[in-house]
Design a binder for this molecule. Sequence first.
Ligand code: ADP
Length: 166
Amino acid sequence: MKVIVTGSFNPITKGHEDLILRAASIFDEVIVAVFNNVDKKYEFSLTEREKLCRAAFVGVRNVRTVSSDGMVVDLCREENCFLLLRGVRDESDLRYEKMMSEANKRFEPRCETLFMTASEKYERLSSTAVRKIISGNGSFIGLIPEKAEKCLVEILEERKGGKYEK
Ligand code: ADP
C-alpha cells in the first residue's frame, strides 16, 4: 500500500524526516509531496524545497519526492493514491489537520488522512525554528536531515554569493 505525505517542507526538518522514515517502514511506498500552501509565504521556492526533500531520501528505495503547485486531491487522482499521512505535534496541529482532512474529503470523498504523532525528540522542531536559525547565520546541524545539509548550504551560498558555515 502507498501513502502520500504532504507538506510545505520550508525547509524539511529532522521531524519531517523521522515521520517519513517511520511511514516508509510501514508502507510499501511513500510519496513525499511538496506543495504551496496558500496561507503561507515561502522562504524557499517550491523547486528548492523539492530538491532538499529529494536529497534527504537518496538511497531510501521506497520514498519518492514530487512537487505540485496544484491541489492535494489532484495529486491523489494523478497518483491513484487516496491515502494521506500527516504528522501531529500538539493539539493545535491536530485541530488544523482535522480541518484540512475534512476539506480534502469534500473535494474528493475517497481521500482519507491518517495521523502519526511526532516522536518526542522532535515534537518541538519546526521549519519556522530552522528558518530563524538560518536567518541569524546559526548552525542547522541536527535540525535538518543529514543528507540534505549539503544541498541547503549550496542554496544559501548561491543566495549570499559567498560561503555559509553550517
Ligand atoms: P504544511 O504547510 O502543509 O502544514 P509542513 O511542512 O509545515 O506543511 O508540515 C508537513 C507535515 O509535517 C504536517 O503534517 C506537520 O504537522 C508535520 N510536521 C511538522 N513538523 C513535524 C515534526 N517535528 N514531527 C512530526 N511531524 C511534523
